[in-house]
Design a protein around this ligand. Structure first.
Ligand SMILES: [Zn+2]
Length: 283
């Protein structure tokens, strides 16, 4: 699932390339995924229009056009954005294909049909946008502001971290990385976290996201449609070892989403059995 770091790299890639480029053709092989909330059909709204900007909000990519509309791509679990020379054929599960006047094409492909592409006149027309919290990497989101926001959210801490109303941009994979970094059991109740644990959580959120952006910036290159996740410490490491303690990584699958954690470093009980862990500071 593309999350803040993945989409940030796609934004960085497209930002110097798309503005000024015009859409010459629109194909929507899977029309249920592409919704024109600005009125009319997608195929009518886009041809002849030029891109004016590329931005990101949470786990959404925003492509603005000179007509004032914005294409909001919400990739959810499996959506992929491809910007390259035309493939010359439709692939199964291609949902939107934009031909461009610079000879390239922009495709949205979704193997699970769970994502959406919205064409909106006002960003708040896109579902969830109005209620979204601050970006997880927003400099204005200080530790103090983070603490205050956290108080309003109940339940298990992983659920809070991935709630876009709390902070925007974190999904299943980076929540696992952040909680492992902070040595917090993913199913801990938010209210049970100590002041110190909340500070660790905040620091780890910043560290994990920033390091991922830096790594992806070096690794992704032109293949923005390929998700790079092999550098993660714990998420996706089936049968792997915890890089901190060497213990076996545990998984819990619930509603098709798998949580990875280390039972040693992230104990489920409140007591940490007196072991000392090496925990990260601000840098
Ligand atoms: Zn461990």
């Amino acid at each position: 699932m593309p999350e803040l770091p993945d989409l940030e790299i796609i934004r960085e890639y497209l930002a110097p390339r798309l503005p000024g480029v015009a859409v010459t053709g629109v194909d929507t092989p899977r029309p249920l995924i592409v919704r024109n909330l600005a009125g009319g059909e997608p195929a009518d709204a886009l041809p002849g229009r030029r891109f004016t900007g590329v931005a990101r909000r949470g786990k959404n990519l925003l492509l603005s056009l000179d007509s004032g509309v914005t294409i909001v791509i919400t990739p959810m679990l499996a959506g992929r954005i491809r910007y390259a020379a035309p493939l010359g054929k439709k692939r199964v599960r291609d949902a939107l294909i934009l031909s461009l006047d610079n000879g390239m094409e922009l495709r949205y492909h979704d193997a699970k049909d769970m994502g959406k592409v919205y064409i909106v006149a006002d960003l708040n027309q896109a579902p969830g946008m109005m209620e979204m919290g601050p970006e997880a990497d927003d400099p204005a989101l200080t530790l103090g502001a983070f603490r205050e926001r956290l108080k309003k959210h109940q339940g298990e801490i992983k659920g809070v971290l991935t709630n876009q109303r709390f902070v925007a941009g974190i999904g299943n994979a980076y929540a696992d990385e952040i909680l492992w970094c902070a040595a917090i059991y993913p199913m801990r109740r938010r209210a049970s976290l100590s002041e110190q644990e909340v500070e660790r959580l905040y620091n780890c959120m910043r560290i994990a996201l920033q390091r991922a952006v830096e790594t992806l910036r070096e690794r992704v290159g032109d293949r923005i449609d390929v998700e790079v996740r092999d550098f993660l410490a714990i998420h996706g490491k089936d049968d792997g070892e915890c890089p901190r303690c060497g213990g076996r990584i545990s998984t819990i699958t619930y509603e098709r989403s798998t949580t990875y954690f280390c039972r040693n470093c992230q104990p489920g009980l409140m007591v940490n059995k007196g072991r000392s862990l090496e925990l990260p500071g601000r840098n």
